[in-house]
Structures are given as structure tokens and as C-alpha cells.
Design a binder for this molecule. Structure first.
Ligand code: URA
Length: 237
């Protein structure tokens, strides 16, 4: 079988997985540690120069605002969701609707604030009717996310729900098999991006937890694992 190219462009396949292809129009991902202010500048550059005007997939046609991400530019933890909903599309800020309010409470339960972590999504534009982004939309948008992660350099990535987990781990394995344990990020299939290493914890998406509150205890177990990994004391309840 022919070897896949080391740094495939859009449309190229990586071991039969086209969603892993990089976007040759973007600068190379950041390859060094940046201090707080420099990281903030690089994030703003990526947002203003590339994401805000992006028309690479059909999602741009119906958006009000792109939703780049928000929080600490050099956080210990990054939370990655699926894509903006109606409230996020109106405000340009991730996780501000009902699911966002639950995420804020989950972060508070970890004794942290939204300002101490970073929050973003796989896709930066709202999928109509809040449907799950297609594989094509995720593959077109995820090179932005990988550049964000290369600037942010978190120790832990919390992947919220199936689409975020499967995209970040480059796998189609079901979330039920992946959640609740740490995985190495980046997976070998994303090695061509040269991203810094992090421990990735998949957990349930807060929108799912709103529909299935009986699963909240499992999500809390996952977050406690992250706290233990980072030596964050777990408050007694
Ligand atoms: N759901 C997501 O996955 N992301 C948001 O920003 C809001 C809801």
C-alpha cells in the first residue's frame, strides 16, 4: 500500500481517513510555548485573520457569528464541544445557552472558573437546527481547532460528547467505550500536525446530561479523574 503523504493537504486521504487532512491555506501550527500575552495575540490573529471570514464549508451561509473560543490563553484544561447552538451563534461565545450554563456549573464543581480554562468547539459555525456537524464540516473546521490547541498547550483536554471525542481521537469507536478514561492526545493519525501532547478525557456532553440527568454522576467521576491528575483538591460534598 502506498505511504500517505507526511503533511496531506485538503482532500488528501490519511490512511483512508480524509477528515485528518490539514488545510494548506493556514499557517503551520505554533511549535513553541508562548507566554500568556503572546498566546492571546496568536489566538486573536487566528480568529480575526482566518476564522471570522471563513467560507470553507456550507455552515457559513446561515451563521450570524463565528464562535472561536473563550477563556485563558494558556490554560491547564481545554473543554471542546461539538458546535455552537442558537445562543452561541447570536453572541459569538461558546457554551452560553442551557448546556453552557450546565458546563459552567461542571467547571465550578471542579473549583475552577470559565476564565481559568478555555472553551471551544470542533466547528466554529452553528449547524442548522443544532444538528451534529457532518464529517465533512468537522474535517474542514478542525485544522482551526488544532492550531488553537498548539497555542493553548493544555495539560488536559476534556472532550464533551461523541463528535468532539471521535474527532480529537480520530476514531469511530463509540463514546461509551471511550469515556471515563484518559487517552493520549494527539493520536498517531494526527501526528502530522506536530501538536503538543495532552491527556484527553472524554465525557458526556452537557446537552446530553440535561436530557439524561441520571448520567451526571458518571460525568462527575470523569471530572474528578481530571482533578486528581492535575492535583486539584476534590471538595467533600
Ligand atoms: N453545544 C456545544 O457543543 N457547543 C456550544 O458552544 C454550545 C452548545
Amino acid at each position: 500500500m502506498p505511504k500517505p503523504p507526511e503533511r496531506p493537504g485538503v482532500g488528501a486521504t490519511t490512511a483512508g481517513m480524509p477528515f485528518l487532512a490539514d488545510d494548506p491555506d493556514l499557517p503551520r501550527p505554533c511549535d513553541r510555548e508562548l507566554a500568556h500575552d503572546d498566546a492571546a495575540v496568536e489566538l486573536a490573529r487566528l480568529d480575526e485573520n482566518f476564522v471570522r471570514g471563513c467560507k470553507k464549508c456550507a455552515l457559513h451561509a446561515q451563521r450570524n457569528k463565528t464562535v472561536f473560543g473563550i477563556g485563558h490563553p494558556r490554560p491547564t484544561i481545554v473543554f471542546v464541544g461539538e458546535g455552537p447552538g442558537a445562543d452561541e451563534d447570536a453572541q459569538g461565545i461558546p457554551f452560553v445557552g442551557r448546556a453552557g450554563q450546565l458546563l459552567t456549573r461542571m467547571i465550578a464543581a471542579m473549583t475552577l472558573t470559565r476564565e481559568q480554562v478555555y472553551i471551544c468547539n470542533i466547528v466554529k459555525c452553528r449547524p442548522p437546527g443544532n444538528r451534529t456537524p457532518t464529517e465533512d464540516e468537522s474535517s474542514t473546521c478542525s485544522p482551526y481547532l488544532y492550531r488553537q490547541l498548539a497555542i493553548l498547550r493544555p495539560r488536559v483536554i476534556v472532550a464533551l460528547g461523541r463528535p468532539a471525542t471521535q474527532t480529537l481521537l480520530a476514531t469511530k469507536a463509540p463514546i461509551g467505550r471511550l469515556r471515563g478514561q484518559f487517552h493520549d492526545f494527539p493520536p498517531p493519525a494526527l501526528a502530522h500536525y506536530g501538536l503538543p501532547a495532552a491527556a484527553l478525557m472524554p465525557t458526556f456532553h452537557p446537552a446530553y446530561l440535561l436530557r439524561s440527568p441520571g448520567e451526571k454522576a458518571k460525568a462527575w467521576e470523569d471530572l474528578q479523574q481530571v482533578m486528581r491528575y492535575l492535583d486539584i483538591p476534590i471538595p467533600s460534598r
